[in-house]
Design a binder for this molecule. Structure first.
Ligand code: FEO
Ligand code: CA
Ligand code: CA
Ligand code: CA
Length: 633
């Protein structure tokens, strides 16, 4: 997210604690291993590129007339396509839900309406187990709110009434909504029994290593069994067993009190969770769970990957602590050749890391009860990118290596609760803000999006983060040997260095054929289509005076790394989570924070309604081809 007044909570510098091992020792360890690996490469022990290609399908290059860069109040799609604003902030989700009235919102109305700042989207076909493209559930994250864009009078978050604070809480979390396509048009099925709002006040269950740990015992759950709600939900993914994983990202924005006075001060410092000093909301004023002075452990309940079964409206969401705690941007999931489940995760902050989880047990098709336990046991590791083009997944397993009581890890719970510190000690490579990580369905290669890092210095560059003051971001391609996603070492390559190829100082790198409209800045979310094309959504191009949007690129063959501009956001908005129906005839995506850096009273756009009585509204749109063709075909 980017936010008003130039403050970007995605972007708080990390403060590292080096207990146990001197940092120089870690560096020594890293360098010696790197030298060793280079030696191995010289001896020809590296695996050749051809070994990795398991699918030979040549990418079909998307065909459409590219959009022009620009910036205005409207949303634009490539010629021949149209969009429909399907779900807007405040839209009623239930038959008895009140109509949206921006001058009379209440916690009760908002609890029955679509939330604010939609981000991640998942298409879950109905009936379950089919590949329907006309009837299904949309699962939607509502990442954060902007008080000054939401309420008449454009108030500051800390000047809100109790009712306004509670309204904002109800605008967070997720929506599960049944939608249907009739002809070319999509509509919301308000009578559906699946429709559900999940909010910061929804009771959740903890599972995995942190379950019952003394550090997660709170007034809300004295035995450490449950958690209160989810918030800061950024990206996520759909699991092969038909559930959704949602990632808790900027949770440091929600707690008040004095983090430094708690027993968790080291953890909170490393996390950038500073209590009132990092708060962007006043929840803690009215809800004591969000006041660290009263509930010092509550901050440990946030920053997890949460699993939700949208097909079961009574399902209690589960915080899967085996996947570790950080500012989770999102996750990408793949079933490995041996049946184990692998989850890739980015921690979106400057100089943070890329993580991997490999399940202990195997996925069993059709055995939902079993599959719902897969994310509770497995191995966490963190990526080290070497100068010789290798990724090493350094394990963070309690009782081994650095993750022992002498270094402050008294139990497996400490490793997941203090995952950033566990990764510091494992020799992870600090990255340029890891956002989405997704696996190509065609090649099995892993694409990791790094959005930017203007604080990287000349002395701090490395091959995987090659630019100082990286304003534009880049995308890396990680290649597992024989597509073994549990392997200890992969190869990696640079896929793109974003920025303006016409400006030498940017140091951008794309296919030589990129046009003046094909380049972009600040890649954030991405998705693959079935041909293996990468659809890239940006967040921050706006700051360069060019609208954010969606670009699509082939990932292999002669047109590799040739992005083309498909969709352009209205002023102030970023685009999140391109999401296709199985027939690829509809692309849903999120339009988040339209009008950002303006105000409710004086908005810089009134997208999507363009009604003088309505503020701009974050919305999910459905994009279709006017002749009903596949998107991009
Ligand atoms: Fe929620 Fe890293 O963007
Ligand atoms: Ca971002
Ligand atoms: Ca964002
Ligand atoms: Ca994002």
């Amino acid at each position: 997210m980017a936010q008003a007044s130039g403050f970007d909570p995605d972007d708080i510098p990390a403060i590292r604690e080096h207990t146990g091992t001197a940092f120089s020792e870690i560096l020594d360890k890293r360098i010696s291993r790197r030298t060793m690996l280079q030696g191995a490469a010289l001896l020809g022990l590296h695996v050749s590129l051809q070994d990795f290609a398991h699918a030979s399908a040549a990418s079909a290059r998307p065909v459409f007339d590219e959009l022009a860069h620009g910036l205005d109040e409207a949303l634009h799609v490539a010629q021949g396509y149209s969009y429909q604003a399907l779900l807007r902030w405040g839209d009623p989700l239930f038959a008895d839900a009140p109509a949206f009235d921006p001058f009379d919102q209440s916690p009760e109305s908002q609890a029955r309406q679509f939330g604010y700042n939609n981000d991640f989207l998942a298409w879950m076909p109905l009936p379950r187990g089919t590949d329907s493209s006309v009837s299904g559930l949309l699962v939607v994250n509502h990442e954060f709110v902007s008080s000054s864009m939401m309420h008449p009078g454009s108030p500051d978050a800390f000047d809100l009434t109790r009712s306004q604070v509670d309204t904002e809480m109800q605008a967070h979390g997720l929506s599960v909504v049944e939608v249907r396509k009739q002809g070319h048009a999509w509509r919301v099925h308000r009578e559906s029994g699946y429709n559900r709002r999940i909010t910061p006040l929804t009771v959740m269950r903890l599972s995995g290593p942190a379950l019952r740990d003394r550090r997660v015992r709170t007034a809300f759950s004295p035995q450490g069994l449950q958690s209160l709600g989810t918030f800061g939900n950024c990206a996520g993914c759909r699991t092969p067993w038909g559930t959704v994983l949602t990632a808790e990202e900027n949770v440091q924005s929600y707690f008040m009190g004095h983090a430094r006075k708690t027993d968790e001060r080291k953890n909170y410092k490393r996390f950038g969770l500073r209590g009132t000093k990092s708060a962007r909301s006043a929840w803690g004023r009215f809800h004591e769970h969000w006041d660290l002075d009263r509930h010092p452990q509550a901050g440990l309940h946030a920053g997890w990957i949460v699993e939700i079964d949208p097909y079961d409206p009574a399902f209690m969401p589960v915080k899967r602590t085996a996947l570790g705690r950080c500012k989770h941007e999102g996750c990408g999931i793949v079933i490995n050749h041996d049946g184990r489940v692998v989850v890739y995760m980015g921690d979106d902050q400057r100089f943070e890391y890329i993580y991997r989880f490999v399940s202990r047990d195997q996925y069993r098709p059709g055995d939902r009860a079993h599959n719902l336990s897969l994310l509770d046991r497995g191995e966490l590791s963190v990526a080290e990118f070497t100068e010789s083009g290798t990724v090493i997944w350094n394990p963070m397993v309690w009782g081994t290596g650095m993750h022992v009581p002498a270094n402050g890890f008294a139990s497996p719970a400490d490793v997941v609760l203090d995952m950033r510190r566990a990764a510091d000690l494992a020799g992870a490579t600090p990255m340029d803000r890891p956002e989405e990580i997704k696996v190509s369905p065609v090649t099995g290669h892993v694409f990791a999006v790094l959005t930017n890092n203007t604080r990287r210095t000349m002395h701090g560059v490395d091959r995987a983060n090659p630019r100082a003051s990286n304003r534009h971001g880049h995308i890396l391609e990680l290649i597992a040997p024989h597509n073994d996603h549990s392997a200890r070492e992969y190869r990696w390559e640079t896929f793109m260095l974003a920025g303006n190829p016409g400006n030498e100082a940017d140091g951008a790198r794309y296919h030589a054929g990129v046009t003046g409209n094909g380049w972009f800045s600040n890649p954030d979310n991405c998705s693959f289509d079935r041909a293996g094309n990468l659809w890239i959504a940006t967040d921050g191009f706006n700051d360069e005076g060019i609208a954010d949007g969606i670009w699509v690129s082939v990932t292999q063959g002669p047109d590799r790394a040739l992005p083309r501009h498909f969709l352009r956001a209205p002023r102030g908005a970023e685009i999140c989570s391109p999401c296709f129906t199985p027939d690829y005839k509809t692309m849903f995506c999120s339009v988040q924070h339209p009008g950002e850096r303006s105000s409710f009273d004086r908005p810089s756009t009134r997208w999507p309604d363009f009604d003088e009585r309505l503020p701009p509204r974050p919305a999910v749109i459905a994009v279709t081809h006017d002749q009903g063709r596949e998107i991009g075909s």
